[in-house]
Design a protein around this ligand. Sequence first.
Ligand SMILES: Cc1cc2nc3c(=O)[nH]c(=O)nc-3n(C[C@H](O)[C@H](O)[C@H](O)COP(=O)(O)OP(=O)(O)OC[C@H]3O[C@@H](n4cnc5c(N)ncnc54)[C@H](O)[C@@H]3O)c2cc1C
Length: 337
Amino acid sequence: MRKTDVLIIGAGPAGLTAGIYCSRLGLEVIVVDKSAPGGQLNIIPLVENYPGFPRISGEELARRFTKHAEAMGVEIVTNEEVEKLELGGDIKRAYTSRNIYEADALIIATGARRRKLNVPGEREFEGKGVSYCATCDGAFFRNKIVAVVGGANTAVSEALHLKELVKKLYIIHRRDDLRAEMALKQRLLSAPNVEPIWNTIVERIEGDTKVKRLKLKNLVTGESFYLDVDGVFIAIGVVPNSEIAAKAGVKVDENGYIIVDRWMRTNIKGVFAAGDVTGGHLQIATAVGEGVIAAMSAFEHVTGGWYAKRKKLKTVKIKLEEEEREGVGEELFKFKL
Ligand SMILES: Cc1cc2nc3c(=O)[nH]c(=O)nc-3n(C[C@H](O)[C@H](O)[C@H](O)COP(=O)(O)OP(=O)(O)OC[C@H]3O[C@@H](n4cnc5c(N)ncnc54)[C@H](O)[C@@H]3O)c2cc1C
């Protein structure tokens, strides 16, 4: 049994940021993750839209987030999946295969997963022409030929973003119409560089070092055929990792995203959520921002606020190595928090 002020589930951008803030606010904090820290960052080849880092690999950004959190005194427990939550009382409990954690406040930052097509080539070419995020990767396909797979609102908004960048955009959908808002649909289908391919599914993604073509199948005629593309964006949905939270009574919307208010509070007192698991724009910067809000709300919950003095706060010891100190005056590190 471990006891802490704040328990955070998920060591992605939202969870690690919340950890940094909690620790610097003087709270004891543990972040538990079922795999390595960094979350989805670990699978992003290149990030170009996180402020302060014009070009950085997802892996390197994950390493920096992790080192930053550790330097601020955050305890990160990896390879431990939270399987069950008990959120009814004042003390929140999380059960993993190895431990039971008790905390005064809980932050759920379990992220989301992209729904996969599960066809040959999809895994092999991920980051080499197969993408799940147009906002993230669209710029790499400027003036190229790409396809979007999917036909609902997500696919249409991904396609609307891409049509401005690419030379030619195919929309591949297994039905004969898009299931999206009329205005968006019309704007997309009237664009001169957009061509829908209806009643069609992707059978296989082919290429050499990167994607070259798609093997498609028309569901009406049963015929298979090839389409040459430089990239394919798979937009058949995102699944929030909210199952354990929902089971414990946290309210989710019709798509499974945790419902929060602007302070990242869920329907259960003392339980907060941040990042992709709450929906909206699924980006690193938004996850980070929500992590900050969740941490500050958790601080209010645990201590009653700065002046309530309900709790004795810890002293934060910053452990920065030389490379992290770069560009910052030594005197700053002599400052006592
Ligand atoms: C291919 C790809 C490219 C992307 N490119 C960009 C980009 O260029 N720019 C950008 O801003 N965004 C990009 N994104 C989106 C960005 O990665 C996410 O928005 C961001 O990682 C969300 O952070 P998060 O902390 O909410 O969740 P995540 O990063 O998903 O982290 C959640 C963590 O929770 C853990 N977890 C889940 N369930 C449990 C459990 N039961 N017990 C313990 N741990 C659990 C997971 O292991 C994971 O580590 C991309 C995403 C993908 C998939």
